[in-house]
Design a protein around this ligand. Structure first.
Ligand code: ADP
Ligand code: ZN
Length: 518
C-alpha cells in the first residue's frame, strides 16, 4: 500500500540528507528507489546528469547485505567509489588495478559484512571465483550501470555485458536493476530481455534539458565558429568535441595559438597526460578541453557552461550524452553542433573499419543525427521526441530554430520543386553534385556531353551558387523528400518527394551562410 511504501522510503530520505546532504529526491529517483526496496527487477532510464547513481546507492545503504554494481570502466568505478567514501560510505571496487594484497583487504571487509556497495567490471563478476565468493555473501541486489552496453542496438556495445544474463539464473533471490541514459525503445527492450529481467518496472525519466540552449550550424569556417562560442563564454568551462584524435590535436593547438588555454584529451594519449588534462579541467586551471568521445564518462563537473561539437556526433544518443555534460547544475548553458555532409562520410569510413559499429543500427543512428542537423525544427522538441516522449511547448525559447536564428527561404515549395524536377529530368540516375551543377547552369564537359545543358532545369538556380544548392539538396534528403542510394549516392524522389511536386508538403530550407546571429 501507499502508506507502507511511504514508510519504507523513510530511511532512504534520512540517508539522502545525512550522507549526501540533499533535501529531496527527484521524482523518478523516488519511484526507481521504490522498486529497489520492493526487490522488483527494474530498468531506469534517465539522461546523463539525471541522477542515476543515487537510485541504487541510497537504497543499498538501507538494505541488508551488499549491493553489487556492474560498471564498464575502471575510471568510472574509482570515481564513484572515491565519491562514496568521501561521504563516509563503505564502498569498494575490485578490478585489475588492485594489487593482490588490496584485493584480499576488500574480500576481508566484505566477509566482515562491512561493505555496502561493491563495484566490479562484468568480466570480473562472471569469473568462477567471484561468483563462488558472492554465493557466500549476502547480496541486497545487483545494479547494472550503463546497461545499454548489453545491446548491439546501442551506441556502446560491450560483448562482456552479454554474460550478465546468468545473474538471474545464479541468484534467483536477488533483484537485478539496470540503469542507462539510452532511451530508444529497441535498446530498452533489449536490456530487459538480455538480462532476463522478470516483470521489470521500466521507468523513463524526462529527457528535456530546459536549461540548455541548442544551436546546430552548418560548417562554415569551423575553427572560427568554435572560437565564437568560446568568446561568448570567456572564463567559463567548456568542452569541444572532435571526431578524430588528429582533429583534437589540431584544434587544441589552433585554439592555444588564438589565446585560449585548451588541453587535448583522447585515447591515443598516455594515461598520465590524459589525467593531467582532466585534472586541469576539473580544477579549472584550464577552461577548455578539446576531446574525442573518450572524454566525459564519469566526469562529474557540474558547471560546464558550453559544449561544442566541432563535427557531427555519430548518433543522437551520443549527442544527448555529450551535450548533456553542459549545465548539470541546472544553470543556463549552451550546446553548439557544427556539421557538414563531409562528417557523415568521415563516420562511415570509421565505421567500416570498426566491426562493432558497422551494423545497420549504427548507420541508422548516423542518419538520424544527420537529419536532425539539417532540419530547421525545434531542437528540444526533436530530441525529446526521438527519445520517445512528447514535447508540448510551442516555442522552447532555447534553440536556434525557436530563437529565429535560422533564416528560411520565403518559398521553399517552389524552390524544392525546381530541385526535385531536375532529379527527375536526369532519370534519378545522378548524385547531388551533378544535379546541383545542372541547376546552377554549369557548362562543364560532362554536363554538355550528357546533353544536360539542354534540360529545362539547366540554370534554373543560376543566382544561388553551387554551395547553396548542395545544401538544399542535403536538407531535402535530411527531411526525406529525396533519398540517396548506392555506392554513387544516386538521388531519387521519395513518396513524400513525389507529393511535394504537387505542392503537398512542408519543406524547410535555410538561407545559406546567413545565420542571423554572428
Ligand atoms: P547520472 O549518473 O545519471 O549521469 P549522477 O548520478 O552522476 O547522474 O548525478 C548527477 C548530479 O546530480 C550529481 O552531481 C548528483 O550528486 C546530483 N544529484 C543527483 N540526485 C540529486 C538530488 N536528489 N538532489 C540534488 N542533487 C542530486
Ligand atoms: Zn526550440
Amino acid at each position: 500500500s501507499d502508506a507502507m511504501a511511504a514508510d519504507a522510503m523513510g530511511p532512504v530520505h534520512q540517508v539522502l540528507r545525512d550522507v549526501w546532504g540533499y533535501d529531496s529526491f527527484r521524482p523518478l529517483q523516488e519511484v526507481s528507489i521504490r522498486s529497489v526496496l520492493d526487490r522488483r527487477d527494474s530498468l531506469t532510464v534517465l539522461p546523463t546528469g539525471g541522477g542515476k547513481s543515487l537510485c541504487f546507492q541510497s537504497p543499498a545503504l538501507c538494505m541488508d547485505g551488499m549491493a553489487v554494481v556492474v560498471s564498464p570502466l575502471i575510471s568510472l568505478m574509482k570515481d564513484q567509489v572515491d565519491a562514496l567514501r568521501a561521504c563516509g560510505v563503505d564502498a569498494a571496487f575490485i578490478n585489475s588495478s588492485l594489487t593482490q594484497a588490496e584485493k584480499r583487504t576488500v574480500a576481508d571487509q566484505i566477509r566482515a559484512g562491512k561493505t555496502k556497495l561493491l563495484y566490479v567490471a562484468p568480466e570480473r563478476l562472471l569469473s568462477n571465483r567471484m561468483l563462488e565468493f558472492l554465493h557466500q555473501t549476502p547480496i541486497s541486489f545487483f545494479a547494472i550501470d550503463e546497461a545499454h552496453c548489453i545491446s548491439n542496438w546501442g551506441h556502446d556495445f560491450r560483448p562482456e555485458y552479454r554474460g550478465l544474463r546468468i545473474l538471474k539464473e545464479q541468484f534467483p533471490a536477488a533483484a537485478v536493476h539496470a540503469y542507462t541514459a539510452t532511451a530508444s525503445q529497441p535498446v530498452r527492450d533489449d536490456i530487459v530481455s538480455q538480462l532476463g529481467l522478470q516483470q521489470a518496472e521500466v521507468l523513463v525519466g524526462d529527457f528535456d534539458r530546459p536549461n540548455l540552449t541548442y544551436r546546430m550550424l552548418r560548417a562554415n569556417g569551423r575553427l572560427q565558429q568554435v572560437v565564437d562560442v568560446i568568446e561568448r563564454h570567456r572564463g567559463e568551462s567548456g568542452i569541444v568535441y572532435c571526431i578524430s584524435r588528429k582533429e583534437v590535436e589540431r584544434t587544441a593547438a589552433a585554439l592555444n595559438q588564438l589565446g585560449t588555454v585548451a588541453l587535448p584529451y583522447h585515447a591515443g594519449m598516455s594515461d598520465e597526460d590524459r589525467k593531467q588534462s582532466q585534472d586541469a579541467f576539473i580544477k579549472e586551471t584550464c577552461d577548455v578541453i578539446v576531446a574525442t568521445v573518450a572524454f566525459g564518462m564519469g566526469i562529474d563537473k557540474s558547471n560546464v557552461r558550453f559544449v561544442v561539437h566541432a563535427g557531427m556526433p555519430k548518433s543522437i544518443e551520443h549527442y544527448q550524452q555529450e551535450s548533456g555534460r553542459a549545465g548539470r547544475d541546472g544553470l543556463e548553458s549552451e550546446c553548439v553542433l557544427i556539421y557538414s555532409g563531409g562528417d557523415v562520410v568521415t563516420w562511415k569510413k570509421i565505421m567500416q573499419g570498426d566491426s562493432q559499429s558497422s551494423g545497420s543500427g549504427a548507420l541508422q543512428s548516423l542518419e538520424a543525427i544527420n537529419q536532425l542537423c539539417g532540419s530547421p525544427v525545434c531542437r528540444h522538441k526533436a530530441l525529446v521526441e526521438y527519445f520517445g516522449q512528447s514535447y508540448t511547448h510551442e516555442n522552447c525559447g532555447a534553440c536556434d530554430f525557436c530563437l529565429d536564428e535560422i533564416e528560411l527561404v520565403d518559398d521553399p515549395i517552389t524552390l524544392s520543386q525546381k530541385i526535385l524536377s531536375c532529379v527527375l529530368r536526369v532519370q534519378e540516375r545522378f548524385g547531388a553534385t551533378h544535379v546541383a551543377k545542372i541547376l546552377v547552369g554549369s557548362t562543364e564537359q560532362r554536363i554538355v556531353q550528357l546533353g544536360h545543358d539542354k534540360l529545362s532545369t539547366h540554370g534554373l538556380l543560376i543566382d544561388d551558387g553551387l554551395n547553396a544548392v548542395r545544401m538544399w539538396i542535403d536538407q531535402l534528403v535530411q527531411q526525406s523528400y529525396l533519398q540517396r542510394t548506392g555506392e554513387y549516392q544516386i538521388l531519387s524522389l521519395s513518396e513524400s518527394g513525389r507529393r511535394l511536386l504537387h505542392r503537398d508538403g512542408d519543406p524547410r530550407l535555410s538561407v545559406p551562410g546567413k545565420a542571423k546571429r554572428t
